[in-house]
Design a protein around this ligand. Structure first.
Ligand code: TMP
Length: 232
């Protein structure tokens, strides 16, 4: 028996526009940190200096003529850097990573929204991630009309926010399909409810995360307690 560092957990937050991810991300962050979890919060596209530059390119409405494939490849370019520079090293150090969007967003937006065949997305996913997947994904789901109403209050729209309702309907459907395909990883949060009710749903998920982190992880690698654990 020897002591090694626990591998952290990779938790991703997903959802359409106006789903309240940012507010809820802060809530989850506070709750996990209070429970003693060492946590790095990040986002995609972005999360590294290079990735944030790619994000600017992707979200800039001046690039209205960007092809779907260029968009897809830029998402994965930012992701490759994020994995290499931040996510994998942090997890290896024992920190948890809470990430605002990851590859499910690519299946939803570039797959569902833009209509790129998911088989092509999978090729890039396999290449860049080599099997790596989030430990848990929280999908903030709400009717598109409500989400657009909420998001519309925020002022200037980025290149994605400028899309039409049908685009976001396809995004929502693709997300829900992802969740149906992988019910073990996904937790669907009804984001159409009032904030207090959404947070109640989150409390259950957070409880589950903390409890499960005290036992062996799905990867059979960690029993988290502080930053060290005992490996048998
Ligand atoms: P955010 O504003 O929620 O941070 O996300 C930025 C936008 O990028 C959002 O409209 C969704 C989009 N996006 C994709 O289209 N594909 C992806 O793979 C990711 C991570 C985000």
């Amino acid at each position: 028996m020897h002591q090694v560092k626990a591998r952290g957990r990779f938790i991703t937050l997903e959802g359409g526009e106006g789903a309240g991810k940012s507010t809820n991300l802060e809530y989850i962050q506070r709750r996990l940190q209070k429970a003693g979890v060492v946590l790095h919060v990040s986002r995609e596209p972005g999360g590294t200096p290079l990735g944030e530059k790619v994000r600017e390119v992707l979200l800039n409405p001046d690039h209205a003529g960007m092809s779907s494939d260029a968009e897809l490849l830029l998402m994965f370019a930012a992701r490759a850097q994020h994995l290499h520079q931040v996510i994998l090293p942090d997890l290896d150090k024992g920190s948890w990573v809470l990430c605002d969007r990851f590859t499910d967003a690519t299946y939803a937006y570039q797959g569902g929204g833009r209509g790129i065949d998911s088989k092509r997305i999978r090729v890039l996913e396999d290449w860049v991630q080599e099997g790596f997947q989030p430990d848990m994904t929280l999908l903030f789901d709400l009717p598109v009309e409500l989400g657009m109403k909420r998001a519309g209050k925020r002022g200037a729209l980025d290149r994605f926010e400028q899309e039409q309702e049908i685009f976001f309907e396809q995004v929502r459907e693709a997300y829900l399909e992802r969740a149906r395909q992988d019910p073990e990883r996904f937790r669907i949060i009804d984001a159409g409810q009032e904030l207090a009710e959404v947070q109640q749903q989150l409390d259950d998920v957070i409880e589950e995360l903390i409890t499960s982190s005290r036992g062996p992880s799905s990867r059979g690698q960690s029993i988290f307690k502080g930053s060290e654990y005992l490996k048998f």
